[in-house]
Design a protein around this ligand. Sequence first.
Ligand code: RNT
Ligand code: ZN
Length: 415
Amino acid sequence: MTYYEIAKKRYADFGVDTETALRKVAEIPIGIHCWQGDDVIGFDGSESLSGGIQTTGNYPGRARTFEELKSDIKVAFSLIPGKKRLNLHASYAILGEDKGKVDRDGYTYRYFEPWVEFAKELGLDGIDFNPTFFGHPKMKDGLSLSSPDEATRKFWVEHGKRCMEIAADLGKAFKKPCLVNIWIPDGFKDVPSDRLGPRLRLKKSLDEILENYEREWVIPAVESKVFGIGVESYTVGSNEFYQNYAAEKGICCLLDNGHYHPLEYVSDKIPALLAFYDRVALHVTRGVRWDSDHVVLFEDELKEIAKEIVRNDATERVLIGLDYFDASINRIAAWVTGGRNMQKALLFALLQPNAELKALQDSARFTELMNLQEEVKTLPFGAVWEEYLSRAGVVGADWLSEVKKYEKEVLSKRG
Ligand code: RNT
Ligand code: ZN
């Protein structure tokens, strides 16, 4: 018997069919963020990150051009099994000769067509999109959509509108709707004197952006946050603000698990929202003491998030995306580690005796529930994971040597 066959039998003893789990995990799309490869800088003119988010570290090999980023994504994606989508920010527009002539309020689908071509070449499931409300001189006093300066607010509304148009075309290109996530860094470092005004302006701006979009092809989402670096005292787009806004408008909430107080868990928020919304979007990340966007590891909260998706039969309702950026280690290894771990957690969740566990809870057999939850933790999960990789044609535990080779041949030669 092979290692996998033994595992299959062992799981079967607990009523779990590993074959079903292997089939299902391969079908769950994961949105992989383009911004891990270049420290969230983009191609449209910014030289540094702003808006309360930060990458730390100076590991060599940052992708500086479209060609470099594509090449890095290709390597990273080849080492991540499963169905993948590419998550792009508007700042990754390929402006060509229009660089310096067109601003973010004038972006069109044309500037993203090269990405579409690339995503098709890689056989991806689609592209998701984000307006970029940071890293740009038109942020006034740290504010975008909530700015009291009407010209500034309007500029960013126009950017939002362009992004909705671009997203509709991205959706059409892959015949699947495109998720457009709105996150703005707007907030104040110190105690504000008006907390309502900025929120009313943000509401107005969002209304304008969402006035007229192609519902068949675009899924708009709003991402809340507690605080950012330099904007510690007040965040315009807070959780209550966006959750109410999304409910009223019939759009989607995006939960980033770095964006809540340390003892709040996104795994618990997913089912709360599933009770009210058709869809919930995620930014899966790992905050260490703050929203530090560390590489996603195979940890308890990640497993809990995956369980909530799987056992609520919500793999089509929860739109999974990754959002982290680590510049202190090989960036491709960071991508691969997080991408594989997300897949790993989903497979792990699919391998739980979910129906039985639920029945134990519903019949208040809490001793048996605890016991079964503990027993399944030590089943031979590794064997099923390795089987998954091998069936997907992806390198097993030795994947890092491929990344090291690419580092030696390509990344180390970048200035
Ligand atoms: C910032 C948000 C946001 C960004 C990306 C780049 O705190 O998490 O989602 O990380 O849009
Ligand atoms: Zn996020």
